[in-house]
Design a protein around this ligand. Structure first.
Ligand code: AMP
Length: 277
């Protein structure tokens, strides 16, 4: 496994690399959710590239960026064990050199939910992913459905900018108690960790209501909020029942729905979602 830190070294390392190339973009602090993406990329690709970069442009508050957990040595071991060929672990200046002044801003699909809760977040995501796609010249890139809206934003961006990269969406990996794996879980206190599965329980409740025939989206939202309210540590940010294609909030659920929510526990912001139908 080779580790490169500059744009030039990444291009050079990929020049003669066997194709197809699969890319897994990450912010590090790798867990089983990330390794599931790496395994999928390994199965499809002759060369697997993992990027490890905590992208300052997708964080609203500097504190959130500084507090983001980091452990490169452990991440490199995880990559090595998972059969990664190449790791790109650049500095902030390498990704955004002095004078950098371009923003990739995706439209309507990036507006609601995480876009509304975290202004500028998806501009930061789309910009860094566009740079990665263009540097790696990648045939496929792998993203987790845990960040459902992110997958949709990146697909839109790749299509609109004619980037020849197939965006592959992979299922959410969960702890046995239902909590979606996330690098942020590391910042939860033991009590916060015990409280966190309430997000998944709320999604299960919403799903159960829909499967039982409930069609009123407000009733489903209220049921999900009701479950979240059982956990005093959970501060709800949003609870959504939306069209899975447009992410517009639904009044009535006729076809499929995307249930999603965001809540802060112990100052740690967690998100999760479930697609129904
Ligand atoms: P991050 O390092 O949090 O930016 O995540 C890097 C990639 O891993 C993104 O495509 C995430 O959607 C994906 N990912 C994060 N957590 C999970 C999970 N629990 N299951 C599946 N994919 C995940």
């Amino acid at each position: 496994m080779k580790v490169v830190r500059t744009r030039a070294d990444l291009r050079a390392a990929l020049h003669d690399a066997p194709r197809p190339v699969g890319l897994v973009p990450t912010m590090g602090w790798l867990h089983a959710g990330h390794t599931s993406l790496i395994e999928r990329a390994r199965a499809d690709s002759a060369t697997v590239v993992v990027s490890i970069f905590v992208n300052p442009r997708q964080f609203g508050q500097t504190a959130d960026f500084t507090m983001y957990p980091r452990n490169e040595a452990r991440d490199l071991e995880t990559c090595e064990r998972a059969g990664v060929d190449l790791v790109f672990a650049p500095s902030v200046d390498e990704v955004y050199p002095p004078g950098f002044d371009t923003l990739v801003s995706v439209g309507a699909i990036a507006v609601p939910l995480e876009g509304a809760a975290r202004p500028g977040h998806f501009d930061g995501v789309a910009t860094v992913v566009a740079i990665l796609f263009s540097l790696v010249g990648v045939e496929r890139a792998y993203f987790g459905l845990k960040d459902y809206q992110q997958v949709r934003v990146i697909r839109r961006m790749a299509l609109d900018l004619a980037l020849p990269t197939e965006v592959v969406a992979c299922a959410t990996v969960r702890e046995p108690d239902g909590l979606a794996l996330s690098s942020r879980n590391a910042r939860l206190s033991p009590a916060g960790r015990a409280a966190a599965p309430v997000l998944h329980r709320a999604l299960l409740e919403g799903e159960a209501r829909l499967r039982a025939g409930e069609r009123n989206a407000d009733t489903v939202r209220a049921a999900m909020r009701g479950v979240l309210a059982t956990e005093p540590r959970a501060e709800v940010d949003y609870v959504s029942v939306a069209d899975p294609d447009t992410l517009a909030e639904l009044a009535t659920v006729e076809g499929g729905a995307l249930l999603s929510l965001a809540a802060t526990i112990d100052g740690v912001r967690l998100i999760d979602n479930a697609r129904v139908g």
